[in-house]
Design a binder for this molecule. Structure first.
Ligand code: SAH
Length: 343
């Protein structure tokens, strides 16, 4: 059986090498080739003997994504990548350039089964989970492409990371490992539609990553209309799980709220939202919904967005309106991948 070598952490790599009859410490040599220098084949590992290289070629696969397409924004330097996985599935990732550094948004699954009504990523359902190596390599390829360090990672592309829990967790550990890219956990944000038991589980992992919760509604009824996952986990259960995450980690929660014209953008919605999250150490990120061709949802006009923000601020809530990056390239998540699949 072929081992997926890029999905092994350093300890597992040592055990694997041991099982091939090699010394465990070779992992210290091989791990940086994979996770710091991001080689594309075993031959690039210049300080490894030919014998060991041959053994590795025989016994493992090296996950390297192929760049199929890249769209560059002329407005703000955002780059949107479409990558092919080894089985032909496609995923998308986005590079955003900020003053504080380069931020990459990655996908955690090919497709998604959560079914949020406004989201393009879920239209074709879930195809499969991504491996830790496939999540890492999205960042490695982009870092190589731009020749600059990536300092921030957000797991906000296609897929529900907490629906791929074990691979996601290993990915976070490897991404923040000082033998790898060594990205500070404080610079990593995971976004979830609210799988309650896994938010609680994540709270126990002793990580310092930021939790972003896709709320999008301030009542159970409205949330159910927009997000089928709400049928499984009631809105107050979700808020309680966020409170627990804060209690365990000390990390301030981000609530994402996509404003949909005429659906969740009224003054009353804002008041209910304020009541719902009152007392929680949190921050609200307002995102005018990105219209998706297959859906009828529209953005509220800018004044409605500002009014919503002002209303929340009256209750002392921290609010930002998400800056729309790369507006001139396929905006909403999943749209580039979807367009490619539809061709
Ligand atoms: N499954 C995770 C992460 C992927 S989606 C989650 O649900 O959080 C990343 C964010 O983009 C989520 O907040 C999601 O609700 C939001 N999103 C998806 N489609 C959107 C659209 N058309 N307009 C605005 N936000 C959208």
């Amino acid at each position: 059986m072929s081992e997926d070598i890029k999905s092994l952490n350093q300890k597992e790599l040592g055990d694997f090498l041991h099982s091939l009859g090699e010394k465990t410490f070779r992992a210290k040599q091989i791990y940086p080739w994979l996770h710091v220098k991001h080689v594309e084949n075993f031959d690039e590992m210049t300080d490894i003997s030919n014998k060991l290289k041959e053994k590795l070629k025989e016994n493992c696969v090296l996950t390297v994504l192929s760049q199929m397409q890249v769209q560059c924004s002329r407005l703000d330097g955002t780059r949107k990548y479409l990558f092919a996985l080894s089985d032909g599935n496609m995923v998308e990732s986005v590079l955003m350039r900020y003053k504080h550094g380069n931020s990459v948004c990655i996908s955690s699954q090919a497709g998604c089964r959560m079914g949020c009504r406004f989201c393009a990523s879920t239209l074709g359902g879930l195809v499969r989970n991504l491996t830790p190596g496939e999540m890492l390599d999205q960042i490695y390829r982009i870092q190589k492409d731009i020749g600059e360090r990536v300092s921030h990672v957000v797991i906000m592309g296609t897929g529900e990371p907490l629906d791929n829990y074990d691979n996601f967790l290993k990915f976070i550990q490897m991404l923040s490992d000082d033998n790898g890219l060594n990205i500070s956990q404080r610079n990593i944000t995971v976004s979830t539609c609210g799988i309650v038991p896994n938010i609680r589980r994540l709270a126990e992992e002793k990580l310092q990553i930021t939790l972003a919760l896709s709320l999008h509604a301030s009542s159970q009824e409205k949330r159910q209309e927009l997000m089928p996952v709400a049928n499984k986990y009631e809105i107050h259960q979700v808020i309680d799980a966020c409170e627990y995450y804060f209690k365990k980690t000390g990390r301030r929660i981000t609530f994402e709220y996509s404003l949909v014209g005429g659906v969740n953008d009224s003054k009353e919605d804002a008041c209910l939202l304020a009541g719902l999250i009152r007392g929680l150490n949190c921050h609200v990120n307002l995102i005018p919904v990105n219209p998706v061709r297959e859906r009828e949802y529209v953005q509220p006009n800018h004044q409605v967005v500002l009014n919503f923000k002002n209303e929340l601020e009256k209750y002392g809530i921290n609010v930002t309106i998400r800056r729309e990056m790369g507006r001139d390239i396929d905006g909403a998540c999943g749209q580039l991948r979807k367009r490619f699949i539809d061709l």
